[in-house]
Design a protein around this ligand. Sequence first.
Ligand code: 5AD
Ligand code: SF4
Length: 473
Amino acid sequence: MAKKYFIKTFGCQMNERDSETIAGMLSDMGYEEADRKEDADLVVINTCSVRDNADKRFFGTLGQLKSIKERRPDFLVALCGCMMQQERVRKDIERKYPWVDMVIGTHNIHQFPATLERTVEKNSEEACEREKDTADRFPEKQNHRYKKDHTLMEVYDEAGPIVEGLPQKRLYRHKAFVNIMYGCDNFCTYCIVPYTRGRERSRKPEDILEEIRRLTEDGVKEVTLLGQNVNSYRSGDTDFPGLLRKVHETDLARIRFMTSHPKDVSPGLIEVIRGCPKVCDQIHLPVQAGSDRILERMNRKYTAARYKRLAEDIRKAREGVCISTDIIVGFPGETEEDFKATLDLCREVRFDSAFTFIYSPRPGTPAASYGDMIPDEVKHERFNRLVEIINETQRESSMRLLGTDCEVLVDGPSKTDPHVYTGRTSSFKVVDFRWEGQKGLSPRGDEAEDIVGRMVRVRITQCRTFNLWGELL
Ligand code: 5AD
Ligand code: SF4
């Protein structure tokens, strides 16, 4: 019987994309996907270290696995992702979680299959016996590998050349993530990413286009081009706007990209947003703060005024474009006045959506040693005030679609009701609508499933907190 795997992914799209690569490699090795971690022979946890709540959830998940491991000694646990790049975390694992079988870093996930094979070998009774025997006979060699509770760690501090052509098992048939670059050179003072993902490296346009060609042949209609800072993409003569124009010539119907750093949004990019209709009505443009003093301390390299101008230019270039953002509250030294500047900026820009975060110090980053930390109660109180404004502008943005007809790419039936299907507009808003399938067929019948991955027109009839409701036209 085929061995089964289960992958738990924390964090950003970059990690989701890495998990798809690991899933692809595992299915090439003959593994099948399990629905629950309890049914798996191998659990992979792809970790995130960007904020401390992901840290905490990871250790929670890891703790749950211990009892499975105790019951089934063949059960394997593999860890990967950003947390594994931190020595502090690896030491913790060695000390407190020695039953973890293998650890692999962010720069060498292509070595996952080989490392897993060595792990399986190490874990097999036979190998343990063999090595124990060797160790008994040659005590001077003191080989301790026969001990099962020893974690195989394969982590590089620095990235090697980009490895192309790795397999991928996608979450959706009709949409895909495509990495265009790896790493980040910006060193925002709060952020751990430059330390865990290394320096910026861009893929060659021909490799990216080849991947997209294969994806469209396989039925993909929408791609999201991924990078920590897509606007600093460069390979030879091709910059990011140039790459977007090339991608625009493929058979894709929709192109998204993330994340954009405001300091690098060029007039060329705004021209692409104006002139390339396949580029979606959506841009994710993290502002982080509205006070110039805090932006400077964050090392963001733009001012609030420049950000506002940018947002205006983007909205002028494309009617109906939705701007989403990330905001951190409670950065060290943030005064009430600084925070009010963030609120003012939000009121002015009127974000279509926003991810709001409470600052959490990341060991090893400059801001973690700034000293003037904001008390928790103040952070929470500010957070709530911010969320109020964001909810208001977000709702306003959705209300604008009420009564209009939207093109929706259908993702599938909703989790709670098989007759309700869900999809996304070009502006990335979730739209739910009723779909009973064709007459006489159950909605789960093949013909009904056909709607998944199709572009349909939906009239928006209701605006709810997290989604829109509509009628299929
Ligand atoms: N604390 C809180 N939020 C953070 N982010 C990154 N680092 C931290 C941190 N130390 C947020 C930023 C970034 C998003 C991915 O996570 O807003 O854009
Ligand atoms: Fe982190 Fe700043 Fe790089 Fe984004 S641009 S990944 S926030 S360092």
